[in-house]
Design a protein around this ligand. Structure first.
Ligand code: 5GP
Ligand code: MG
Ligand code: MG
Length: 179
């Protein structure tokens, strides 16, 4: 028996089904376009790998590495671009692939930063969204799952850099940690 960690919120099977649907929709929406799928690391790595393989049109793959200041469970809103893109996105159709939109501050920052690179179009695909936590209104074009206000780990998401490799999404009980 597999040891279950945390309280499972989204199972592997639910992930598979939903990501297949997203891949289909993105393939249809971007048919004939020059799509660059930009993964926002590290959190999006697992989702990215599955989503990219569910997309049935030719794409460019690229990544950025961002970190928000501090290792707490709450974002500071200040995002640091640790590693930038490897290819120009000028005139390309860019889809940012995120793990989760929480306050919305990270996506807001990324959209502002990427707009300056003059892509032809710029959209956002996130695996997860916590609508109740939004501090700013941001455009989210594709969304895997809306989830309640709990701190989640697994499927790419971490708690102090651990648990990213958990194959499902689980709620982490943070007894003495505020989220
Ligand atoms: P935002 O800027 O929208 O508040 O949050 C962006 C980042 O906060 C996410 O990319 C993620 O790194 C982190 N984050 C927000 N909620 C959670 C959560 O429930 N679990 C984990 N592991 N990270 C989260
Ligand atoms: Mg992220
Ligand atoms: Mg994190």
């Amino acid at each position: 028996m597999e040891r279950v960690f945390g309280r499972p919120l989204v199972t592997q099977e639910q992930m598979r089904t939903r990501i297949r649907e997203l891949g289909k929709q993105i393939s249809a929406d971007y048919a004939g376009k020059d799509l660059v799928l930009v993964g926002v690391l590290k959190g999006a790595y697992a989702f990215y790998a599955d989503l990219a393989r569910a997309i049935r049109i030719p794409i460019h793959i690229d990544f950025i590495v961002v970190s928000s200041y501090g290792a707490k469970t709450k974002t500071s809103g200040k995002v640091k671009l640790v590693t930038d893109l490897t290819e120009s996105i000028k005139g390309k159709d860019v889809l940012l692939v995120e793990d989760i939109v929480d306050s919305g501050l990270t996506v807001q920052y990324l959209l502002k930063t990427f707009a300056k690179k003059k892509p032809r179009s710029l959209k956002v695909c996130t695996l997860l969204s916590k609508p109740d936590r939004r501090q700013v209104t941001v455009q989210v074009d594709y969304e895997g799952f809306k989830i309640p206000n709990h701190y989640v780990v697994g499927y790419g998401l971490d708690y102090q850099q651990q648990y990213r490799n958990l194959p499902y999404l689980a709620v982490l009980d943070l007894a003495d940690e505020e989220t």
